[in-house]
Design a protein around this ligand. Structure first.
Ligand code: CAA
Length: 258
């Protein structure tokens, strides 16, 4: 399933997708998005895979943004189409029925920061740097970064990052809630895998419904979102995992989820 610039490895219940064009700091191209879309579709259906980790090849970058050489070739409609393609694939991460965790090993800039923001959790190496530098190129974020950044860190902090185009450190990203955790660079994958393991041993069907409740519910008004949660809560009782989880608790044993 791996392609030239996207490596996919499966390790037990976890698939690791690596953006693999380190010479260009893993800059995003149309081909990368097409490969990512195909990989997500396949991994969504792969019952053996319970979670996905996204990371970047090399020590320098997670993803340093959209490929600026490619951007140079775009006209108005081409740029709009590139943004729509990227937005469609990035939205697939939020719709993906299993946890997707970004292990951010270096620069997460422009489209790279935008892609990371669609992941369920972000773990950053202490050497990582984050930014939306588009204004330095005379353009704006186009992969829904204006929306996701403002929702994640608040309007004022998002405007500061987007209007200045300046990078922030991993620790600052942790402080403002852009990332969940900051870990030593040499322990990034180990820490990310350990965190993911605390999800993959839980009920996959329950996590899927939790993700849906959060993703869909945050786009609704509170009362509707709470009702939607109640519907999904009801639905969870139709699963074998609910029977197993509740029975196991009452029988004072560890559950064995499907
Ligand atoms: N696109 C294409 N190539 C890129 C790239 C990018 N976004 N970022 C880095 N590269 C390439 C460089 O051109 C360079 O290639 P060569 O060796 O062939 O010259 C190679 O990667 C290494 O980069 P640098 O020599 O620049 O490395 P550095 O350590 O001096 O600087 C950096 C690192 C600060 C991240 C710098 O590379 C940089 O500023 N990159 C651009 C970041 C950026 O502006 N990202 C936003 C792009 S626009 C976007 O994402 C919007 C969108 O699509 C919606």
């Amino acid at each position: 399933m791996s392609s030239a610039n996207l490596l996919i490895e499966k390790e037990a219940a976890v698939a690791v997708i690596t953006f693999n064009n380190p010479k260009a700091l893993n800059a995003l191209t149309v081909a990368t998005f097409e490969a990512l879309e195909a990989a997500l579709l396949e991994l969504a259906d792969d019952q053996a895979v319970r979670a996905v980790i996204l990371t970047g090849a090399g020590e320098k970058a997670f993803i340093a943004g959209g490929d600026i050489g490619f951007l140079a070739s775009l006209d108005v409609e081409g740029a709009r189409q590139f943004a729509l393609l990227a937005q469609k694939v990035i939205a697939q991460i939020e719709a993906f029925p299993k946890p997707v965790v970004a292990a951010i090993n270096g620069y997460a800039l422009g489209g790279g920061c935008e892609l990371a923001m669609a992941c369920d959790l972000r773990i950053a190496a202490d050497t990582a740097r984050f930014g939306q530098p588009e204004v330095k190129l005379g353009i704006i974020p186009g992969f829904a970064g204006t929306q996701r950044l403002a929702r994640l860190v608040g309007k004022a902090r998002a405007k500061e990052m987007i209007f200045t185009g300046e990078m922030i450190s991993a620790s600052e990203a942790g402080r403002i809630g852009l990332v969940n955790r900051v870990v030593p660079a040499d322990r990034l994958m180990e820490e990310t895998r350990a965190l993911v393991a605390t999800m993959t041993d839980k009920s996959a069907s329950a996590i899927r419904l939790c993700k849906e409740a959060i993703e869909q519910g945050l786009e609704m008004d509170f009362a509707r979102a709470a009702r939607y949660e109640a519907d999904l809560f009801g639905l969870s009782f139709a699963t074998a995992d609910a029977r197993e989880g509740i029975t196991a608790f009452l029988e004072k044993r560890a559950p064995e989820f499907e």
